[in-house]
Design a protein around this ligand. Structure first.
Ligand code: URA
Length: 218
């Protein structure tokens, strides 16, 4: 049991910052309103973006403060980062990530789960056309079966980007395992790893359907 958990979590970064955990608990609660849920998703998105970008390389450039010249750190990459949202729930996290990284380029991929097989079916695809030499963060709040995440990263890899990270709010052990079987080179950042999937492919205990809770569609 212990060994399995270790295997599942080895390539996953769980962001256990107290603010993230507190906000996630509020989001899980069934009585949290649509407006509050959306606001919390944005706030958590900012905090998660902070962690997912923690290891971005820096370079030094000469600047002048009002008092003296100095060598000061700036982001090393010449190219803007790209955030790719898996629609529709990804939009909620995207809004937070863009608060922290307003200059990021944005791509969208629309995937829905076939209700019978849970296979991810693509209905929309629009990426910046120069993903080579760019670092990518893929955002989707729920890593459940992992099918959508795998399909999105399959697509993104066709464009041969510099690096890819996957950012979610909640992950199921089944989703992590499936994702890392297909994409062992892509690290997962999540606020929590929940217990399991239910028979409908929802994360337990989870927070319900993230899209419905973001947009009040149920
Ligand atoms: N998608 C969701 O919105 N919630 C889940 O629990 C699983 C997939």
């Amino acid at each position: 049991m212990q060994a399995k958990k270790k295997a599942v979590t080895a390539q996953v970064r769980v962001i256990d910052h107290p603010f993230v955990q507190h906000k996630l608990t509020l989001m899980r609660q069934f009585q949290t309103s649509t407006a509050k849920f959306r606001q919390l998703m944005k706030e958590v998105g900012i905090l998660l973006a902070y962690e997912v970008t923690r290891d971005l390389p820096l370079k030094y450039q000469e600047i002048k403060t009002p008092l003296a010249p100095m060598m000061a750190p700036v982001l090393a990459s010449e190219k803007k980062m790209v955030v790719i949202s898996i629609m529709r729930a990804g939009q909620g996290l995207l809004n937070g990530v863009l608060e922290l990284i307003p200059s990021a380029r944005v791509g969208h991929i629309g995937l829905y789960r076939d209700p019978g097989t849970y296979v991810a079916i693509e209905y929309y695809f629009k990426f910046p056309n120069d993903l080579e030499q760019r670092d990518i963060v893929v955002v989707d709040p729920m890593l459940a079966t992992g099918n959508s995440a795998v399909a999105a990263v399959d697509r993104i890899k066709e464009a041969n980007p510099l690096s890819i990270k996957f950012l979610c709010l909640l992950a199921a052990p089944e989703g992590i395992e499936h994702f890392h079987q297909q994409h062992p080179d892509v690290p997962i950042y999540t606020a929590a790893i929940d217990e399991q999937l239910d028979e409908n492919g929802y994360i337990l205990p989870g927070l319900g359907d993230a899209g419905d809770r973001l947009y009040g569609t149920k």
